[in-house]
Design a protein around this ligand. Sequence first.
Ligand SMILES: Cc1ncc(C[n+]2csc(CCOP(=O)(O)OP(=O)(O)O)c2C)c(N)n1
Ligand SMILES: O=c1ccn([C@@H]2O[C@H](COP(=O)(O)O)[C@@H](O)[C@H]2O)c(=O)[nH]1
Length: 255
Amino acid sequence: MPVMDEQLTPLDCLLPSGTQKICLIMLNQPPEKHHLHVLWSKALIRACADGAANHLYSVTAGDRKSFLPDYISGDFDSITSEVKEFYAEKGCKLIETADQDLTDYTKCLSIMVEEIKRRQLKVDAIVTLGGLAGRLDQTMASVETLYHGLSLTRLPLPIIQGTSLALLLRPGSHRIEVNTGLEGEWCSLIPVGGPCRTHTTGLKWNLNDQVLQFGTLVSTSNTYEPVPPGHPRRPVTVTTDQPLLWSMGISQDRE
Ligand SMILES: Cc1ncc(C[n+]2csc(CCOP(=O)(O)OP(=O)(O)O)c2C)c(N)n1
Ligand SMILES: O=c1ccn([C@@H]2O[C@H](COP(=O)(O)O)[C@@H](O)[C@H]2O)c(=O)[nH]1
């Protein structure tokens, strides 16, 4: 079997019994309450990018003191004064990042990476909640942040919102475990930043050292190779020569 550069189980973070250690960034989108609770309970550091704090404040009404972020960062054009005062008074760090050339998400991620280094934490992933819906420019910017992420850290940076997860694969070989039970039906490989020569196994529509490229071929609405009932899925393997966006459905069924 070829040696894989990276082993990934993107949905482990949403399993209450999952083993990965994570840090959490919330973005300015309504969080799915169940996802928030699972991710929050595991996260070693929790952060909100600007208006994300408004969502946290409203979804945790009645129990706000159990959900205090370590820091809130951003240009503070979205957080309300009531929310800002509440978290400041509770001792959460407010970090103003006024730069208007980078998004609040990119700046929040840089702070998170620095904080993980400073505290010498052993972390398996930095998970972002939100960022895949709402404004289209912001959704595209979320993916662009993942490109910054490649040079900021070696950690996987999954973004989760609703029924979707997105993760930028760096150039190399990846083995993606898809047996958590939380996987939805679909998955995809989208060459957002430019052409990607790609080889895959474990998919229904595999790529055999083919070039994915907008206007030529993209692999959306793909799915996992079928297995007999009761059998586990084989992992998906992806080899790419350029950063390639993996996304996958998240099932809404819960035990
Ligand atoms: C070429 C270029 N286009 C656009 C901008 C504007 N711009 C890019 S990132 C950014 C900050 C966005 O802040 P964020 O809080 O992430 O988003 P918001 O909700 O304020 O739109 C701004 C203003 C720029 N600096 N350069
Ligand atoms: O529709 C949206 C709006 C925002 N985001 C992300 O959240 C952060 C913070 O947003 P603010 O509006 O500045 O509070 C922003 O940088 C985006 O990454 C989003 O994904 N979708």
